[in-house]
Design a protein. Structure first.
Ligand code: SAM
Length: 286
């Protein structure tokens, strides 16, 4: 990359506790010619705290496309730009994607300056498996869309995480309780790194009761982490004996009758035997 062009630095800022910022982030913000911020007033307070006085420009979801084109020109003229959001890591449920895309497509450098991120902070203390997880952003706003979302997640075997606001945390948990088993483990991480930080790990039923009964548990910012569905592998597999029996029965009767009889004889789960019977019948046709 030609050094005559400026670089875009994507800088993580604190999610509450102002000490949660890296030396490199502060240095980058001090050195940048421009700081593109979601809410310039909010970020000005943060910058003042560190004695940073660089020029702020606004980049929010309503002006992102237009402002990004202007910022690309600034980079081409050799200025360096730091992108920050109101809290945490830009682009994670925050503005910045159009800018980062545009700058990369133009072949200029985009440099990450990592730091706080609410979902990662919450996952690090959840005590749930995090080797694989999915981040879902904010849960949908309407009850029907939320229930559909929870239904979609019902059988996901890995941990999933979403952001939630104080206005919707209770409704969201109520909707979840209509769809997910009440013993599913949940972690509610509230006001992370702030004075009223609360991290609750409980089964869904108990977590809902707590949020329903405590006004404080409905205040602030939330990350909700949900344990993946526990699938008993034994229940998902058909044994060789069951398979043999099913294949003999399928020679003589319909899929439905063969499956019903196999369930009665073996006591295996109907869904598993039915799936296997369908596959056997399909295999014969192929
Ligand atoms: N980019 C940010 C990040 O890196 O985490 C997230 C920005 S998103 C607009 C704001 C949401 O993140 C909040 O509504 C809440 O769900 C979550 N969040 C941010 N700060 C938090 C905190 N201190 N404690 C718990 N959740 C937080």
């Amino acid at each position: 990359m030609s050094s005559e062009y400026g670089k875009l630095y994507v800088v993580a800022t604190p999610i509450g506790n102002l000490a949660d910022i890296s030396f490199r982030a502060i240095e980058t913000l001090k050195q940048a010619d421009l700081i593109a911020a979601e809410d310039t007033r909010h970020v000005r307070m943060l910058l003042q705290h560190y004695g940073i006085t660089n020029k702020l420009v606004s980049l929010h979801q309503h002006n992102e496309d237009k402002a990004s084109a202007g910022l690309l020109e600034k980079l081409r003229s050799g200025l360096s730009i730091a992108l920050v959001s109101d809290a945490g890591t830009p682009l994670l449920s925050d503005p910045g994607l159009p800018l980062v895309k545009l700058i990369k497509e133009a072949g200029l450098d985009v440099v990450p300056i990592p730091g706080a991120c609410a979902l990662i902070a919450a996952l690090s203390v959840a005590g749930l498996p995090v080797t694989q997880f999915s981040f879902e952003g904010f849960s949908p706003r309407s009850a029907s869309a939320r229930k559909a979302f929870f239904l979609e997640k019902l059988t996901q075997p890995t941990t999933w995480v979403f952001y939630e606001s104080s206005h919707r945390i209770l409704d969201s948990l109520k909707d979840m309780a209509e769809v997910l088993p009440l013993d599913r483990q949940l972690v509610i991480a509230r006001e992370l790194t702030k004075l009223h930080e609360t991290i609750v790990k409980a089964p869904l039923g108990a977590a809902l009761a707590l949020v329903e009964s405590s006004d404080n548990m409905r205040k602030g910012e939330f990350v909700v982490i949900v344990e993946g569905a526990i699938i008993d592998k034994k229940d998902q597999l058909i044994t060789p004996e069951q398979e043999k029996l099913l294949s003999v029965l399928l020679e003589e009767c319909s899929i439905k009758t063969a499956v019903d009889m196999a369930v009665k004889i073996t006591g295996a789960r109907k869904k598993i035997l039915y799936q296997a019977a369908l596959e056997m019948a399909q295999g014969k046709q192929d």
